[in-house]
Design a binder for this molecule. Structure first.
Ligand code: 1PR
Length: 523
């Protein structure tokens, strides 16, 4: 029996699913006695350090937690749950940590995108049972902007490199903590959780740890989901966002099945986009929540879900905030949510007023769940102009001239699945969303979507150069070489594709094999 400490602010479902997958029973601690009496305690932390510690205090969980940590029984803190073990964090300087390990948590100061998102390696520093059965060269999934700085080197279990080495796991007796997410790290993560749970394990240092670890470029499979004309929820795929063929919605498979297939085939993440979410309220659209719940039982890589995340009043007059919609998605197994149409409207308001309201979906969701949990999905389309002076928008000089030979274009944001163009360009949108607290940009491109012509390199460079958060390049992948091209010619951290994976034209493994001598990938 594993006890899970849930302080009510995030996705504990993936951790429960991963432990249950290993045949264990999970009990969620509901009281201080559950914590004190736990045999083995897992503490997954999300959101900000300050809000986590404040909630722990409010629930009177701090004392029982310290009692448990003193008992010598096995403890595993994950992400912010590991950071809690330290004395405090730069993220919330006014709040004290548990202080079980000497040291503090600091923000990354690197000339690289922050948050540090994706699959990176580990360098094991001391013998441990946690990596029994692993080689040491595996990659694990990270997503964080802060990392621990341990004052006692004896507590450092692993180091990972991102600009500089940082503490990625700690160990003191039976107290373990990982900055990475074992529950999102595929088979490697499940093995690690098994090593935490089971008694019979070998204590060793794995043999193949790299001298320096490297963050992998991520390959993401995207499932555009909507109801077809018969009312079944299907994975569909458009050409330049038109998902109909001979009048019918294209049906490329069932969402849960396809997501499972992509996990098996080595996708680094899976994204679901509820493409009619702008008109159908997602909480009324329970099948989508069901899809997420079912998928997260068997898919142990990060899941993003988008579509319809906005404030909404239903036909009975009941109002829901975007945060409530996101809550439901996180509770059902999402690790990140993605906001499309509403982000454009939020930015329009932000640009008009010149100040943050604190009330937008981006601000509210990132405050509770952390910036890394908020992805902005942009659906831009090229607007050609003869010269940069004729528009107030940020233009690029393009190597792909317009229909009248125009040599400049700007990238117009759209809402409602490309149906409505707005007076905001993608570069301004991305930059504004970062200011408002978004943690990642999913950069689609209507011109390239479904064309198999390759990613829009000019668009990706324009946006990537304007932000410091990671960018996912999307739309247009037609072959393995297109992925190499996007990683060679832009600084995008990941690349997403849909059609070629759904139609089995190019398997994910083929993409990774092609890339492996060119860029770092997770094999
Ligand atoms: O606006 O917050 O409700 O979110 C709706 C979401 O649904 C947005 O993220 C928007 O991008 C997406 N969406 C809306 N309509 C469509 C459509 O296709 N008709 N799909 C749509 C967006 C783009 C990618 C696609 C890549 C790769 N699809 O998701 O997977 O272009 O495709 P490819 O590799 O086949 O070229 P809201």
């Amino acid at each position: 029996m594993i006890t899970l400490l849930d302080y009510g602010a995030g996705n504990v479902r993936s951790v429960i699913n991963a432990i249950e997958k290993l045949g264990e029973t999970v009990r969620v601690a509901a009281s201080d006695r559950d914590i004190v009496n736990a045999e083995k305690l897992v503490f997954p932390g999300v959101g900000s350090f300050g809000s986590m510690m404040t909630i722990l205090h409010e629930k009177r969980f701090v004392e029982p937690l310290l009692t448990f940590l003193d008992s010598g029984r096995p403890f595993l803190g994950i992400c912010v749950g590991m950071q809690a073990l330290f004395e405090g964090s730069e993220e919330s300087p006014e709040v004290k940590g548990l202080g079980v390990l000497p040291g503090r948590v600091r923000r990354f100061t690197v000339d690289l995108s922050v948050p540090h998102i994706g699959w990176n390696g580990i360098r094991v520093q001391q013998p441990t049972h946690l990596f029994d059965g692993l080689d040491g060269d595996e990659k694990l999934y990270f997503v964080h902007s802060y990392h621990a700085v341990a004052d006692d080197p004896a507590t450092v279990l692993t180091l990972t490199d991102y600009g500089y080495p940082f503490v990625s796991a700690v160990q003191k007796g039976n107290i373990l903590g990982t900055q990475f997410h074992p529950e999102k790290s595929g088979a490697t993560g499940l093995k690690l959780l098994e090593n935490f749970i089971r008694e019979e394990r070998r204590i060793s240092i794995p043999e193949k740890c790299p001298e320096q670890t490297r963050l992998a470029k991520r390959i993401i499979a995207c499932l555009d989901v909507r109801a077809n004309d018969r009312g079944d929820l299907v994975v569909t795929k458009g050409d330049q966002y038109d998902v109909r063929e001979a009048g019918n919605v294209r049906n490329l498979g069932k969402p849960v099945e396809l997501a499972g297939r992509y996990f098996e085939e080595g996708a680094d993440e899976v994204t679901f986009l509820n493409i009619t979410g702008f008109r159908d309220f997602p909480l009324a659209d329970m099948p989508m929540i069901q899809v997420l719940k079912e998928t997260s039982k068997n898919v142990f890589v990060p899941l993003t879900i988008g579509g319809g995340i906005r404030d909404f009043t239903d036909k009975n007059g009941r109002s829901y905030t975007a945060l409530e919609v996101a809550d439901e998605y996180f509770r059902s197994g999402a690790d990140k949510i993605s906001i499309g149409s509403d982000a454009v409207l939020i930015v329009e308001e932000y640009l008009k007023s010149g100040k943050k309201s604190g009330k937008s979906a981006i601000e509210q969701i990132s405050f509770v769940y952390g910036n890394q949990a908020v992805v902005i999905s942009i659906d831009p389309r090229r607007v050609y102009v003869q010269s940069p002076d004729v528009t107030s928008h940020l233009t690029v000089e393009t190597a792909i001239p317009g229909p009248a030979g125009e040599r400049y274009c700007w990238f117009q944001c759209t809402i409602k699945g490309g149906r409505e163009g707005r007076d905001v360009d993608a570069v301004t949108l991305a930059r504004s969303c970062e200011e408002l607290g978004a943690g990642e940009i999913l950069l689609n491109c209507i011109d390239r979507d479904g064309t198999n012509q390759g990613f829009d390199i000019e668009l990706i460079n324009a946006v990537k150069k304007a932000v410091t958060i990671p960018v996912i390049a999307s739309s247009g992948a037609g072959c393995e070489a297109h992925f190499a091209e996007v990683f060679r010619n832009t600084d995008a951290e990941s690349a997403l594709a849909a059609g070629i994976f759904h139609r089995r034209e190019v398997p994910i493994a083929a993409v990774k094999n092609y890339l492996k001598d060119k860029v770092e990938v997770r094999l």
